[in-house]
Design a protein around this ligand. Structure first.
Ligand SMILES: Cc1cc2nc3c(=O)[nH]c(=O)nc-3n(C[C@H](O)[C@H](O)[C@H](O)COP(=O)(O)OP(=O)(O)OC[C@H]3O[C@@H](n4cnc5c(N)ncnc54)[C@H](O)[C@@H]3O)c2cc1C
Length: 308
C-alpha cells in the first residue's frame, strides 16, 4: 500500500491537516507520539479562536476527537509511535517508526513541533528534577509556599509565573535581556501581583544547591555585579528546540534546526515534503498559526497530487 500522504505529529497543525486530508479523500496515514502538542500542559488558553478559555488537556481531547471522527478507510491513525527515519526511494518515501513499522507514501507533511530548551548553566544538569524544572503546570504544586524563580521573558514564562503565584510565597522572573517577548497585556496583568518581582538584564551563572535547588547565581549585565537569589524552585521557560533531528538529512534546516519552508505553500526544499507549525522557520508560533499553516500546506499537497 502506498499512501498519498503521511502526516507526522498530532499537535494543532497535524490534527488540522488530518481532518482536511480525510475530507478531501486523500489516502492518509497519521502518525503521532501523542495528541495535543505543547500547550497540553497549559492550565488555560485564552486565544484559541472560538473559545474564550480552554484547558490545554481539553484542547488535546478536542483535537483527538475531531481527528478520530474523520478516521476510517481514508484516514488511518497510528497513535503512540514516533517516526525515526525517512528515506527517499524513487518518487516515494519510506517512513520508519520506533515500533519498527514501515510505511510508503507519495507525500509527507511534517508537523512535529518543538520541545523545551534546556538551561545551560553550572549545576543545571545535576539539579534537573531536584528543584529545577521545565513545566510549571506539571511540577508547580510541589512548590506551594516556596520562593521560586521563573527564567524567561516570553508568554510561557509569564504564564508559568501566573500559575505559580496562586500558591507560591514569591515568584521572581529572571530575564536575560531588557525587554520581554510576552504580550504586553500578560506582562501587565502578572506584574500587578505583589508577590511577583522581575529581575532583568542578567546572566544566569549557576543553579545553586547540593541535593536540591537552594538558589540561583546571577550576574547583572549593567553593573557587572553578581548576586545569589535564594529560591527552592526554578522554572525554566527559555524557548523551544524544533523536533527535526530525524529529518536533518531529508530537508533543509536553518541554523537552529527549523525546517525551511516556502511560506506561500508550506513546501520544503525537498519535492514531495511539506512542513507546518512550530517545527518550521515561519515567524511566530501559536496554536492558531500552526493550524492555518497546516491547512494551507494540505491544500497545496492536494493540488500537487491531483495536478502533477
Ligand atoms: C507552555 C506553553 C503554553 C503555550 N500557550 C499557548 C497559548 O496560550 N496560545 C497559543 O496560541 N499558543 C500557545 N503555545 C504555543 C503552541 O502550543 C504551539 O505554537 C503549538 O502547539 C504548535 O503546534 P504544532 O502542531 O506545530 O506542534 P506541537 O504542538 O509541538 O505538536 C507536535 C506533535 O508532534 C508529535 N511528534 C514530535 N516528534 C514526532 C515524531 N518524530 N513522530 C511522531 N510524532 C512526533 C508530538 O508528540 C506532538 O504531538 C504554548 C506553548 C507552550 C510550550
Amino acid at each position: 500500500m502506498i499512501y498519498d500522504l503521511i502526516i507526522i505529529g498530532g499537535g494543532p497543525a497535524g490534527s488540522a491537516a488530518a481532518v482536511y486530508a480525510a475530507r478531501k479523500c486523500l489516502n492518509t496515514l497519521f502518525i503521532t507520539t501523542e495528541f495535543g502538542g505543547q500547550s497540553v500542559v497549559s492550565e488555560k488558553i485564552h486565544n484559541w479562536i472560538g473559545t474564550t478559555e480552554i484547558a490545554g488537556a481539553k484542547l488535546a481531547d478536542d483535537l483527538k476527537n475531531h481527528v478520530l471522527a474523520n478516521a476510517g478507510e481514508k484516514l488511518i491513525i497510528k497513535e503512540g509511535q514516533k517516526v525515526v527515519s525517512i528515506i527517499k526511494e524513487g518518487e516515494n518515501f519510506k517512513i520508519k517508526t520506533d515500533a519498527n513499522e514501515e510505511f510508503e507514501t507519495k507525500t509527507i507533511l511534517i508537523t512535529t513541533g518543538s520541545k523545551r530548551r534546556k538551561l545551560e548553566a553550572k549545576g543545571a544538569d545535576k539539579l534537573e528534577h531536584k528543584g529545577l524544572t521545565y513545566c510549571a503546570t506539571c511540577d508547580g504544586p510541589m512548590f506551594s509556599g516556596a520562593d521560586v524563580a521563573v527564567i524567561g521573558g516570553g508568554n510561557a514564562a509569564f504564564e508559568s509565573a501566573a500559575q505559580l503565584l496562586a500558591y507560591c510565597n514569591s515568584v521572581t522572573l529572571i530575564n536575560r535581556s531588557e525587554s520581554f517577548r510576552a504580550d504586553e497585556i500578560t506582562v501587565e496583568k502578572v506584574s500587578l501581583n505583589p508577590k511577583f518581582k522581575i529581575v532583568k538584564n542578567v546572566d544566569i551563572l549557576e543553579v545553586l544547591g547540593e541535593k536540591f535547588v537552594e538558589g540561583i547565581k546571577i550576574k547583572n549585565l549593567a553593573t557587572n555585579t553578581e548576586e545569589d537569589l535564594k529560591v527552592t524552585g526554578i522554572f525554566a521557560e527559555i524557548g523551544q528546540i524544533p523536533n527535526t533531528d530525524f529529518v536533518k538529512d531529508l530537508v533543509s534546516l536553518d541554523k537552529i534546526g527549523k525546517i525551511k519552508i516556502d511560506p506561500w505553500t508550506g513546501k520544503t526544499e525537498t519535492p514531495g515534503v511539506w512542513a507546518a507549525g512550530d517545527c518550521t522557520n515561519i515567524l511566530y508560533h501559536q496554536n492558531n498559526i500552526a493550524v492555518g499553516d497546516a491547512v494551507r500546506a494540505l491544500e497545496d499537497i492536494y493540488l500537487t497530487i491531483h495536478t502533477k
